[in-house]
Design a protein around this ligand. Structure first.
Ligand code: ZN
Length: 177
């Protein structure tokens, strides 16, 4: 499967909650391979399935230990606080300092259907929270404080002015914000 197109801010698919995976079959395995390829090509640290237009609860990530996959992820515990200059492949070229819990306990399934139970701190913990947000239809723009958000929307609106109304990723919807 070739590299997939990463959906951009304004695409409605990014605002929907992705559905649970019921059968981990060959199609899921093939999707995950393409997602990993797409994440590295971007390049990015993590990628959620709905960022490539697939409404299923799957994300892939690599924080330096090779590619990892989580299916039907859930965060069952979080603690501490950590500030990180966070970005998103669906909102390219922009980062904001965002405070979130430092350590999170993530559970889910791997590609063989085995249970995963892992704790992530700092960058890894941040990736877990960011990708889980995607699967719940939440973008990092919604995690900004009021001043940051005002600034972000101003930039994103001015970007949308450069787009043709027929742009395929639906970025022109930004004009309605
Ligand atoms: Zn993202």
């Amino acid at each position: 499967m070739p590299g997939l197109t990463i959906r951009q801010y304004g695409d409605p698919v990014l605002k929907e909650r992705a559905r649970e995976v019921e059968n981990i079959d060959g199609a899921v395995a093939s999707l995950v391979d393409s997602m990993i390829e797409t994440m590295y090509a971007a390049p990015g640290t993590g990628l959620a399935a709905n960022q490539v237009g697939v409404q299923r609860r799957i994300f892939v990530y690599d924080v330096g230990d090779g590619p990892k996959i989580v299916i039907n992820p859930r965060i069952v515990e979080s603690e501490g606080e950590w500030v990180y200059d966070e970005g998103c492949l669906s909102v390219p070229g922009l980062t904001w300092e965002i405070v979130r819990p430092n350590t999170v306990h993530l559970v889910g399934l791997d590609l063989d259907g085995n249970e995963i139970s892992t704790e992530g701190s700092e960058l890894e913990g941040r990736v877990f929270q960011h990708e889980l947000d995607h699967l719940d239809g939440i973008l990092l723009v919604e995690r900004l404080d009021d001043a940051q958000r005002k600034d972000a929307l101003r930039i994103l609106r001015s970007r949308s002015m450069d787009l043709r109304p027929s742009d395929p990723d639906g970025l022109s919807k930004l004009l309605k914000l």
